[in-house]
Design a protein around this ligand. Structure first.
Ligand code: 2AM
Length: 190
């Protein structure tokens, strides 16, 4: 049978939280001051984000369904405090994370991940560990600074992103965003 689905139309998508510009700039400055230049490949300020659910290569039809489902999510915003960090040498990732992630953050990621799984997007069985990737290709041991930036910000929306690789660079473009506002509160605001 001939497969008439044009795979080139698929997009590499993921749901994520963007970081306020000031937070991106603060993190980049702190990173430059606290890590050696050969720690790994630093992520550009504009690309710093917190992934909620990775979808992979997705057809337009499937993306539309996932966007409709995302639009039905009703929950309030929350705070993110990046007061934790670490190094995953196997995946070569140095990251900033949250010691005590807000319940709303975990709830939102859980919902998006289960919707993605139901639509046939493979979801890792590993537990969700909210993080902002600072470096990739960090495969050698590196001294992790004693203290993080402890950047804290309020989250009032989440977004669907497309990952685009062009001219040797990866860019993350926002496809659509949805507000986190709810008349009946389903998450805590800390
Ligand atoms: P990472 O930062 O921990 O690498 C876009 O690629 C985003 O989706 C990245 O933030 C990446 O997380 C996340 N992601 C999760 N699973 C992925 C996968 N299997 N392949 C690529 N990116 C993935």
């Amino acid at each position: 049978m001939i497969n008439t689905v044009d795979k080139t139309m698929n997009k590499r998508l993921f749901f994520a939280l963007d970081l306020p510009d000031t937070v991106q700039q603060n993190i980049v400055q702190w990173r430059a001051a606290h890590f050696p230049p050969d720690a790994g490949r630093p992520i550009a300020a504009a690309n710093l984000h917190l992934t909620l659910a990775f979808l992979g290569e997705v057809s337009q039809a499937k993306a539309q369904i996932l966007q409709q489902q995302a639009g039905r999510i009703s929950q309030s915003g929350f705070h993110v405090t990046l007061d934790d960090m670490g190094h995953w040498p196997n995946s070569g990732v140095i990251w900033l994370g949250c010691k005590n992630p807000a319940r709303g953050l975990l709830q939102l990621a859980q919902l998006l991940r289960s919707q993605a799984a139901r639509s046939g997007c493979y979801q890792t069985p590993l537990p969700f560990h909210p993080h902002v990737t600072l470096f990739r290709a960090a495969i050698r041991p590196v001294a992790i600074p004693a203290k993080t930036t402890s950047e804290s910000f309020r989250v009032d929306h989440f977004s669907l992103y497309e990952s685009v690789f062009a001219r040797g660079r990866t860019r993350y473009n926002i496809v659509q965003s949805w507000p986190l506002t709810s008349t009946h509160r389903t998450s805590d605001a800390i």
